[in-house]
Write a protein that binds this ligand. Structure first.
Ligand code: ATP
Ligand code: MG
Length: 508
């Protein structure tokens, strides 16, 4: 028997003018974790979608267990023993865990609820998944939902597991659990393909790394011969600076955002905002840190008109904007990089150029008497695409054709370019490659230096540390502490995240 469970041979995929995969070879050994690395738009998701039967390759051949196979649907992939966990989970929230797990098995099984639950429990205990078959998906935190996705794959008897950016939405402790599970699985001979932009993770969990660049395979290396810096260089073809250069904020007294005694009903009890006060000045980046789900989303939604305020006030540039519509808040020169780029950040049925000027569709420069000036539109779109290095085949493609990271760049470019007074950025670099993160960090500091007040919500401590002029930490819907520029350290933020009070030092 071949030691390779999978061999993808000279895979090519063409979308219109874009060659997303250009004669790519990839092999996976039995019991290994292969990381797939590459810049935004390099072709990683496309290659995996081909392997999972979602796209038909333009040319090339796949061998599974040494046999040539034709994978023309996910059902066929599952039948062969290939499972995929997408970045955006495919679970049905109103259904229970066990229902989601057996869903889609089609007419091949006669449903035996008790047996299904028993099998789920056995798999869960074998691979340290804390999944209760009777729990409802909508009540589970993201980390557990991901475990259900993995269980779903195992339940179907898969031997090869594809994970597309699985850690983007996980808390640090959820990530530790995921890695434990992956190690257990490989011990039992399972193979894993792991896509991530986080080089530390790739170094920690993978055995080998295959690097793609603009659709082509650059090479495959043993992880043990690599460092984070070497991987970055392989990937983007130059050295990447992992630290941010930032001068101190000029310290204006000009209050752009003032939040007074704000209370907002949350999605959960822990995220309900209680009597929160906050001020951000012009030319300042305020970092909001904390474990996800402690009121950060609700805070952002209340400021931007996406969630009702129960009591208290939101002032922008001194004007009361409490409970105003998102359109009015945009008019007050507020920009938003939202948490959910698909639902809130972009209009699916619009093409890329329209999404790029979405904020300005009624601006006379682009629209007179209800008629769009396509020349002006295209010019602006081209400039932005160039500056932000957005990789796409055509401006006119729907945004759905963009890779995850490139869609994020479209939203970031549009919002930062609008020259906002207040820029609210939630997880701005989630899903971006290391080179793009470096660029976006520069842009956020530029926006600050141009006088914007920036509210930066991020789950990445390093991002908070390197960009913020001031940090507040949220815990249970309250601000558990504030740190001035000189006090911002990993340790102090960590303590505040747990809801602890710092001994007398905080300046708020
Ligand atoms: N359905 C499609 N139609 C047209 N072009 C597409 C389609 N799917 C992907 N592409 C293009 O193929 C290229 C590769 O995209 P892919 O999603 O594979 O990138 P990726 O490596 O996963 O990037 P990211 O890290 O940003 O997720 C991109 O330029 C993308 O715009
Ligand atoms: Mg992708």
């Amino acid at each position: 028997m071949s030691k390779h469970i999978l061999r993808m041979d000279q895979i090519t995929k063409v979308f219109g003018k874009m060659t997303a995969n250009d004669h790519v070879d990839l092999t996976v050994r039995k019991g290994e974790i292969l990381a797939l690395l590459g810049e935004n738009g390099a072709g990683k998701s496309t290659l995996m979608n081909i392997l999972y039967g979602l796209y038909k390759p333009t040319s090339g051949q796949i061998y599974f267990n040494g046999e040539p196979v034709s994978i023309n649907s996910p059902l066929k992939a599952i039948e062969l023993g290939i499972g995929m966990v997408h970045q955006h989970f495919m679970l049905i929230p109103a259904f229970k865990v066990w229902e989601n797990v057996v869903l889609g098995l089609g007419g091949r099984v006669i449903l035996d609820e008790a047996a299904a639950k028993e099998k789920i429990r056995a798999l869960a205990s074998e691979y340290q998944l804390e999944v209760d078959p009777d729990a409802r998906i909508s009540n589970l935190p993201v980390g557990l939902q991901q475990q259900v996705e993995i269980l779903k794959v195992l339940y179907r008897g898969s031997r090869l597991l594809i994970l597309d950016e699985p850690t983007g939405v996980l808390t640090p402790s959820e990530k530790v659990k995921l890695f434990q599970t992956l190690r257990e699985l490989t011990k039992d001979g399972f193979s894993v393909i792991f896509i991530s932009h986080k080089l530390d993770e790739v170094m920690e969990i993978s055995d080998r790394v295959t690097v793609l660049c603009r659709g082509k395979k650059i090479g495959t290396v043993d992880t043990k011969d690599m460092t984070k810096e070497k991987l970055a260089r392989l990937m983007v073809g130059r050295d990447v600076v992992f630290t941010v250069e930032k001068t101190a904020s000029k310290g204006s007294q000009d209050k752009v955002l003032e939040i007074q005694d704000l209370s907002v009903k949350g999605r959960r009890l822990a995220s309900t905002i209680k009597h929160l006060n906050l001020t951000i000045h012009a030319g300042e980046i305020l970092g909001v840190s904390g474990v996800d789900g402690n009121g950060q989303s609700e805070l952002v939604e209340a400021i931007t008109g996406l969630r009702p305020v129960e009591s208290g006030k939101v002032l922008i540039d001194g004007k009361d904007m409490t409970n105003r519509s998102p359109a009015e808040i945009i008019k007050a020169k507020t920009a938003l990089v939202p948490e959910d780029r698909k639902k809130v950040g972009s209009v699916k049925s619009y093409n890329i150029e329209k999404n790029l000027i979405l904020r300005d569709l009624t601006n006379p420069a682009y629209c007179k008497h209800g008629i769009l000036n396509y020349k002006a539109l295209e010019k602006t779109a081209d400039e932005i695409i160039q500056e932000y290095d957005i990789r796409l085949s055509e401006r006119q493609s729907p945004v759905g054709a963009l890779s995850g990271g490139n869609l994020q760049k479209v939203i970031l470019a549009r919002e930062i370019k609008s020259q906002p007074r207040l820029l609210v950025a939630m997880h701005p670099t989630r899903g971006l490659d290391v080179g793009a993160i470096e660029f976006i960090h520069k842009k956020l500091i530029e926006a600050r230096d141009a006088g914007a007040a920036v509210l930066l919500v991020s789950a990445e401590l390093e991002e908070i540390l390197s960009l913020s002029d001031r940090v507040v930490v949220m815990s249970g819907g309250r601000i558990s502490g504030e740190l001035g520029e000189k006090d911002i350290t990993m340790e102090k933020i960590g303590l505040l995240m747990g809801g602890e009070k710092l001994g007398g030092s905080a300046n708020g």
